[in-house]
Design a protein around this ligand. Structure first.
Ligand SMILES: [Zn+2]
Length: 191
């Protein structure tokens, strides 16, 4: 029996803009959590890239999130997975000046049902992102997958133009409190 789920595209543009040297504003604000989240703090992933380099970047970001103990990314299978991790060489349109992008879908209640993350390797090369910079971009995008939104906190991995920050205490505590957030109470717009 095939059950058709009514999917709503909630986030078209969870953008991570390229950091072109703007001065970050110091702030101790908590990392905001969206009104959408997964039913359980665990999702399965597959790669849609053969690049061992980018797989290792995603692996490092996954390891960093898994280490927090508040959310877990587990290898899925081609037939059964929640999220797809890939790369793109796109540089124009909605990909202009971005390092990475995450697309999520949620059901009508507000729970995520799937997500796709793309690391924009041409832009990353153009702006000379180091491997650790790229891991930070992957950590940021996986933060969007979890449900985190952009933060003004200069230490947060969720800073809109983050290149240098790893997952910070404020990011971890926002994810730890995810179950307390109301689900589907407001619609998300591009960020
Ligand atoms: Zn972002």
């Amino acid at each position: 029996m095939r059950k058709r789920m009514r999917l709503v595209l909630v986030m078209l543009a969870m953008l991570l803009t390229l950091n072109l040297g703007s001065v970050a504003q110091a702030s101790s604000a908590a990392t905001p959590f969206s009104s959408h989240r997964w039913r359980h703090p665990e999702v399965t992933y597959v790669y849609n890239t053969k690049s061992t380099y980018y797989r290792s970047i995603y692996q490092k970001a996954i390891k960093a999130w898994n280490k927090t103990g508040d959310f877990k990314f587990v290898a899925g299978t081609a037939k059964s997975h929640d999220i797809v991790l890939t790369t793109s060489t796109a540089t124009t349109g909605k990909y202009n000046m971005l390092a990475g992008i995450t697309f999520t879908k949620a059901d009508s209640v507000g729970y995520f049902t799937s997500a796709t993350v793309k690391l924009l390797r041409k832009n990353l090369a153009t702006y000379k992102y180091s491997k650790s910079d790229r891991v930070h971009v992957a950590e940021h995008e996986l933060g969007h997958v979890i449900g985190l939104q952009h933060s003004s906190n200069s230490h947060s991995v969720m800073m809109a133009n983050n290149r240098y920050n790893a997952i910070a205490g404020v990011d971890k505590s926002a994810v730890a409190k995810r179950d307390l957030m109301p689900v589907g109470k407001s619609s998300l717009s591009a960020q």
